[in-house]
Design a protein around this ligand. Structure first.
Ligand code: ZN
Length: 200
């Protein structure tokens, strides 16, 4: 598709197209929408992005992204110090928060171990996690990692390292999704759900 607008607008479209979930077509639509809603949307968005750019930082305790450091979750006095939920990415933390799934605190690893992609333990915040797990207030480490080979490799690796810490290590259940129909599940999910059945 050839350029239909000046380089400034084309640049806006190209940058928007790099956002997850936006392809070239929807990026063009989004750019046009922003331009039409210049006062109501584009200006507030630009200033919100500038503020975020200035203020957003990585929490030095848990690895969450926030405008304060330590982050809102780490400084919330109502959170349970006994539980640390381990996630691979900030997106996972935010997903668990949206679901209101835990009152515990978090630890963001930054990635999962992936020998094939050259991601080793030194690339993750595992040392910091082990240190936090040795805090006497911590009783449980919940491994909320992806049900993929890399996620489970990471879970096993961390579990081994936490042998000496006085904590219970748990992981998320794998099984039938809420609203899921058995007939549509893949074999791996079905057999994991059968293995991890619970008392009714
Ligand atoms: Zn934090």
């Amino acid at each position: 598709m050839g350029a239909v607008a000046g380089p400034e607008i084309e640049r806006l479209v190209q940058l928007l197209a790099r956002l997850p979930g936006l392809g070239p077509r929807s990026a063009r639509r989004a750019a046009l929408h922003l331009i039409k809603k210049r006062e109501a949307l584009m200006m507030p968005l630009a200033s919100a992005m500038q503020v975020a750019l200035d203020k957003v930082q990585v929490c030095k305790t848990c690895g969450n992204i926030d405008t304060q450091n330590p982050c809102t979750v780490c400084t919330d006095p109502k959170r349970d110090d006994a539980i640390i939920v381990v996630v691979a990415d900030v997106a996972d933390l935010w997903a668990l928060e949206r679901a209101n799934a835990t009152q515990g605190r978090y630890h963001v690893l930054g990635a999962t171990l992936s020998p094939l992609d050259g991601v080793g333990p030194q690339d993750l915040t595992i040392d910091a996690l082990v240190a936090r797990a040795h805090d006497s207030r911590v009783h449980e480490i919940i491994l909320a990692l992806n049900a993929t080979v890399d996620g489970q490799t990471t879970a096993h690796y961390i579990t081994d390292l936490l042998q000496d810490a006085n904590v219970k290590v748990t992981r998320l259940a794998h099984g039938v999704p809420v609203g899921g129909e058995l007939d549509y599940l893949d074999e791996g999910t079905l057999s994991a759900a059968m293995r991890q059945r619970t008392l009714f």
